[in-house]
Design a protein around this ligand. Structure first.
Ligand code: FES
Length: 177
């Protein structure tokens, strides 16, 4: 509908009355100033807004990077004698909502992995009777000694958590891909 049509409608609505059109009083736009926003100003506004959004996003990314790399990742997990040989201990590392599993393998070796399956991120669990790490979602199976996938859809090894023992405590130091 063109502006001319609008005028016709408004005229018929007002029927020659001298009262200001109601929509003009309710929406007092300054139509005379409408052409004062040039394409150049609009472009400048768009570029500045985009730049501000880009800068804000970049700053958040940098803060997030420093937040994850700058924090102390060393964490006491459990006393080694609390995890019998052939069993598992579940804990959270490196963040409080990251699930991880510590295994005391037959033979005495300790290993730790992220519990996040490398297929679609379900949690894996240790099955001591089968000596396997199992993912129940799609029957993925991982080798508990190496973390490598041995059956099912997963193609990549579980992220390993580097650990050490100190005064009888298992200490988690770093998660490696
Ligand atoms: S999510 Fe683990 S096998 Fe699919």
């Amino acid at each position: 509908m063109s502006q001319g049509d609008n005028k016709n409608l408004d005229l018929s609505y007002n029927q020659g009355r001298t009262l200001p059109r109601r929509w003009r009083s309710q929406f007092p736009l300054h139509w005379d100033a409408d052409d004062q926003v040039s394409r150049r100003e609009l472009l400048r506004f768009t570029v500045l807004t985009s730049g501000a959004l880009f800068g804000g996003t970049s700053m958040l990314a940098v803060l997030d990077w420093f937040g994850t790399t700058g924090q102390a990742r060393t964490q006491q997990v459990v006393a080694a004698n609390q995890v019998p040989e052939g069993s598992a201990y579940y804990f959270n590392y490196p963040a409080s909502d990251d699930q991880a599993v510590l295994l005391h393998l037959p033979g005495g070796q300790f290993v730790a992995y992220s519990q996040k399956c490398t297929h679609l991120s379900c949690s894996v669990y240790y099955k001591p009777e089968r000596q396997e790490l199992l993912c129940p979602c799609h029957d993925g199976v991982f080798d508990p000694v190496t973390g490598d996938p041995v059956a099912g859809p997963p193609q990549r090894a579980l992220p390993r958590i580097r650990i050490r023992q100190e005064n009888g405590m298992i200490i988690a130091e770093e998660e490696t891909a």
